[in-house]
Design a protein around this ligand. Structure first.
Ligand SMILES: [Zn+2]
Length: 111
C-alpha cells in the first residue's frame, strides 16, 4: 500500500470540499489585512481549521475525517481500523480514503 497515493486523494478531496463550499481563503479576512503587498503571495497553510467552521456540517465532518486521516498517514497508522485494529481493505480505502473503520465494523455500527 502506497500511502502517498491516499494522501494525494485526501488532499484533493479536501480542496474540492473547500471549493464547493465557496470558502474564501482567510487571507481575505481581517486577520491578514496587514499582510498586503509582498506578503500576499505567500501561502500560510494554516487555514483549514478556520475554514471547517464555515462549512455545512456534513462537509465539515468529512473535512475533519480527512484531517485525521492525514495525521494518521504522518504517524504511520493509516489504513488500520479504529475499532478492531485490523487493516482496512484497499478497495474500501480507495472508495473512502478518510474512513476510520473497516467494512466489518461499519456494518456493525449500522445494525
Ligand atoms: Zn474493524
Amino acid at each position: 500500500m502506497n500511502v502517498e497515493t491516499y494522501r494525494d486523494a485526501l488532499v484533493k478531496k479536501r480542496d474540492e470540499i473547500i471549493e464547493a463550499g465557496g470558502i474564501k481563503p482567510l487571507q481575505a479576512s481581517m486577520e491578514n489585512n496587514t499582510r498586503q503587498g509582498d506578503m500576499a503571495d505567500q501561502a500560510t497553510g494554516n487555514n483549514e481549521v478556520h475554514i471547517a467552521l464555515k462549512l455545512k456540517q456534513t462537509d465539515a465532518k468529512i473535512l475533519q475525517a480527512i484531517e485525521e486521516a492525514l495525521q494518521r498517514i504522518d504517524k504511520g497508522t493509516y489504513g488500520v481500523c479504529r475499532d478492531c485494529g485490523q487493516p482496512i481493505a484497499a478497495a474500501r480505502l480507495n472508495a473512502i480514503p478518510w474512513t476510520r473503520v473497516c467494512i466489518t465494523c461499519k456494518e456493525k455500527q449500522k445494525s
